[in-house]
Design a protein around this ligand. Structure first.
Ligand code: ADE
Length: 361
């Protein structure tokens, strides 16, 4: 009987063949990361939510500060909203931290503060979907559930030379089902993290993957056919809506004006520099300031800046407006914050990053 061509083996066999070399590679090559030093589900949960938003290196200081400030689920459940948003400042997707607090409150109410230990219970917590539940349950409790994130979608799409759109829920679901069958008993956490790690440091998203360093390059269909760079297939998202805004830094000698954003919608509940729609000319800024009861002593044009949200882009210009006695003269309800208060208390999203330096003087 002819030996079947190695790369024509069914997907499921290929996945099974991947397991051992992948785990051996992981033991040798895994990075020493703060959230890999224990298996406390609260710690894993915090790290996984943060890692969904930004790079490993950027997460490290956020992770350390978060757990120092809120060392237990009980602390998270009871934290004031501004403290949470300040701890999350710069990470984006602020609803995620609000959802984490709701989930922490559920854990306090329904499980007496002890993190639940079944997949279904973990999945039922606010803001925890299949990926996060799979990551927590596999890493903390060795439950054999997959954790399919963007890294894993890329690695498996290449290994199997799967060319369906990875943005489709059905594609992710199929991958979860196929992976669940090969997760080894007692090594679920390492298996999931190994796949993520391979995607992060070898089977990388931008530029050529480092196939020579890959433990499964011998069985990878994309590698055999040279299709690594075409995979995974990811359909382009809809173009973002562009909004022009003018950011206004009103300051007197002591304070800067900021406002709290509405409780619903984009950047809900965070703080912002006053800003208006459109790109205002200097004389329009002076006029607008007057409507707030503020007569400008000096107006200075600042640089332009762009901030990209998931569905919107802000194209901003800015002005610094020097006024006399902000608090006394301003007719609109605002907060007049001192430099230290801006740093310690009020969460200002990264959208305003370019203008944060003007608070310093
Ligand atoms: N990205 C998502 N989860 C991760 C983890 N546990 N370690 C490193 N990178 C990750």
């Amino acid at each position: 009987m002819n030996k079947i061509n190695e790369l024509e083996r069914p997907d499921q066999i290929l996945l099974e063949e991947m397991v051992r070399p992948l785990l051996i590679w992981y033991q040798k090559n895994k990075r020493d990361l703060p959230w890999r030093r224990d298996k406390d589900p609260y710690h894993i949960w915090v790290s996984e939510i943060m890692l969904q938003q930004t790079r490993v290196e950027a997460v490290k200081p956020y992770y350390a500060r978060f757990l120092k400030t809120l060392p237990t689920i009980c602390d998270l459940a009871d934290a004031p909203e501004d403290m949470l948003l300040k701890l999350w400042e710069g990470l984006g997707y602020y609803n995620r931290i609000r959802n984490m607090q709701k989930a922490a409150q559920q854990v306090m109410a329904d499980y007496d503060g002890a993190f639940p230990e079944t997949f279904e219970e973990v999945l039922s917590l606010t803001g925890i979907g299949n990926y996060t539940a799979g990551a927590i349950c596999s890493i903390s409790f060795e439950i054999r559930k997959p954790a399919v994130d963007g890294n894993v979608l890329r690695v498996i799409s290449r290994l199997l030379e799967q060319d369906e759109d990875i943005m489709k829920q059905s594609v992710r679901k199929k991958m979860e089902e196929a992976l669940e069958k090969v997760i080894p008993q007692g090594e679920a956490g390492d298996f999931n993290q190994a796949l993520i790690e391979l995607g992060a440091i070898v089977c990388v998203p931008n530029g050529l993957p480092l196939c020579d360093a890959c433990p499964v390059c011998q069985i990878c269909r994309a590698r055999a056919h040279g299709t690594q760079m075409q995979l995974p297939v990811k359909k382009k998202a809809k173009a973002r809506k562009i909004e022009e805004r003018t950011v206004l830094i009103f300051k007197d000698g002591e304070t800067i004006a900021i406002k709290k954003r509405p409780a619903k919608g984009l950047l809900a509940g965070l703080y912002e520099y006053p800003n208006v729609e459109g790109h205002l000319l200097e004389k329009e800024v002076v006029e607008y300031s007057k409507t707030l009861g503020l007569s400008s002593l000096r107006v200075r044009k600042l640089e332009s800046a762009k901030h990209i949200f998931s569905h919107i882009e802000w194209h901003m210009i800015g002005y610094e407006i020097r006024v006399d006695e902000l608090e006394k003269n301003c007719s609109e309800k605002m907060i007049f914050a001192k430099k230290q208060e801006l740093e310690d208390i009020y969460p200002l999203p990264s959208a305003f990053e370019a203008y944060k330096k003007y608070r310093l003087e």
